[in-house]
Design a protein around this ligand. Structure first.
Ligand code: IMP
Ligand code: MG
Length: 181
């Protein structure tokens, strides 16, 4: 199905880069690894909305250790394909995270600006430890170095949608990751 962007250009779903089965088995591996690394720590998994919400939901159902979840939404001023760097919190955490072990759960790391901003904010709140788990990493697009501790898949520099990731709020519901043409 075609979606017409604000500028009048139309887009459509291209080739599938990562299938539902591949996502499922990688999410299980990540959940096992995090469960092993954080046994006894009761970590707080912070989902970066909106792109990280489906990933978080699947990941926590595969985890085998006690943990808590919370949500934060940041907005970076980008419109469709356009990129820019202004970032603000539009929905903050609901708990005090000082002295907690935090894992940020992100859908995709692109330029790194959002994560860098969030990392600084959490450090200011005196968290005990901070790691990042991203389903997708686009390393060739990085503008700021941010450590990503758990990576599901590396993807090339193409715009992808599905499994939580959108284009103008569409396609988050796809069970797979596809390229947008
Ligand atoms: P950045 O790392 O600060 O550039 O921000 C990453 C955010 O940009 C992600 O959380 C997504 O919301 C969005 N984004 C970047 N690349 C893509 C993509 O290929 N598809 C969908 N959203 C993307
Ligand atoms: Mg988006």
């Amino acid at each position: 199905m075609e979606v017409t962007g604000r500028k009048g250009s139309s887009v459509q779903i291209g080739r599938v880069l990562i299938t539902q089965e591949e996502i499922d088995s990688r999410v299980r591996e990540l959940a096992d690894q995090i469960s092993a690394d954080y046994a006894e720590k009761n970590p707080v998994l912070i989902s970066l909305l909106k792109g990280g919400f489906i990933f978080l939901a699947d990941l926590v159902r595969r985890m085998t250790i006690p943990h808590e979840v919370d949500f934060i939404a940041v907005r970076s001023y980008r419109d469709g394909f356009a990129r820019s760097e202004r970032i603000e919190i539009v929905n903050d955490l609901k708990r005090n995270v000082s002295d907690r072990d935090i894992i940020i759960i992100d859908g995709i790391v692109d330029t790194g600006h959002s994560l860098s901003f969030l990392g600084q904010m959490l450090e200011e709140r005196r968290v005990r430890s901070l790691r990042v788990c991203a389903l997708l990493d686009k390393p060739s697009c990085r503008e700021i170095a941010v450590p990503v501790d758990y990576i599901g898949f590396k993807v090339p520099d193409v715009f992808v949608v599905g499994y939580g990731l959108d284009f103008m709020e569409r396609y988050r519901n796809l069970a797979y990751i596809a390229e947008l043409l």
